[in-house]
Design a protein around this ligand. Structure first.
Ligand code: UP5
Ligand code: MG
Length: 192
């Protein structure tokens, strides 16, 4: 199906900034399909017979970006599974300029970027709190420090690039869940 007829919103922001939480609310209220690249990679890692499971496990624990061919393949398949839908939230992707270009060339352009901006101490607190129950191999202080570094060096430049084209709505997420979601909805109204 032609991906370029679909509305794609990239949901970006540092580790623990609330991408997943707010995406879930947007699914509930606006009928988006939510595809988290991280969730898709974790599912592929667990899938029996996966050829890339070990590779994914290694990259995730180290907070590094999995080679983009893997992630784009999973995203394309997941979009195909929802080909009746016309609105997609792509959460946690693209995380590098290389991924951005590959997605634009191989899948489609995004309509705009929802960027969750948060100060690091709050993110640390949220992730370390989630670590008690998440079972995620990267919810520990060592992996988290690496995730922050990769976000600054490789992922933020994607946000900076879209800022040049006025395609970014920045959501301040140093606030309560309710307030952050209400900021998120304002963004959606602005860019719809
Ligand atoms: N919480 C949320 N909002 C709150 C608020 N306002 N007040 C108080 N608490 C709040 O939130 C995190 C935690 O904070 C939760 O416990 C939540 O209840 C609470 P969440 O919504 O889960 O934040 P999110 O931004 O989704 O955090 P996540 O940890 O998922 O972000 P990451 O970007 O680090 O993780 P992701 O799953 O996207 O990627 C993981 C790894 O996969 C990457 O490091 C990388 O190795 C790999 N990856 C790739 O290689 N390529 C990709 O394209 C994508 C991922
Ligand atoms: Mg998430």
């Amino acid at each position: 199906f032609p991906f370029d007829k679909k509305t794609v919103v990239f949901v970006l922001g540092g580790p623990g900034s609330g991408k997943g939480t707010n995406s879930a609310y947007l699914v509930r209220d606006y009928g988006f399909v939510h595809l988290s690249a991280g969730d898709l990679l974790r599912a592929e890692q667990k899938r029996e017979g996966s050829k890339v499971g070990e590779l994914i496990a290694h990259y995730i624990k180290e907070g590094q970006i999995v080679p983009y061919e893997v992630t784009i393949g999973l995203l394309r398949d997941a979009m195909m599974d929802h080909k009746e839908s016309d609105k997609f939230l792509i959460d946690g992707f693209p995380r590098s300029m290389e991924q951005k270009v590959a997605f634009e060339n191989g899948v489609t352009n995004c309509k705009f970027v929802l960027y969750f901006e948060c100060i690091e101490p709050i993110l640390v607190e949220r992730i370390m709190n989630r670590a008690k129950t998440s079972g995620r191999s990267d919810d520990n202080i060592d992996s988290l420090k690496k995730r922050f570094k990769v976000f600054q060096n490789e992922s933020y430049p994607v946000v900076a690039e879209y800022l040049k084209y006025n395609k970014v709505c920045t959501v301040n997420c140093n606030d309560s869940v309710d307030k952050v979601y209400s900021n998120t909805k304002e963004c959606l109204e602005k860019f719809k």
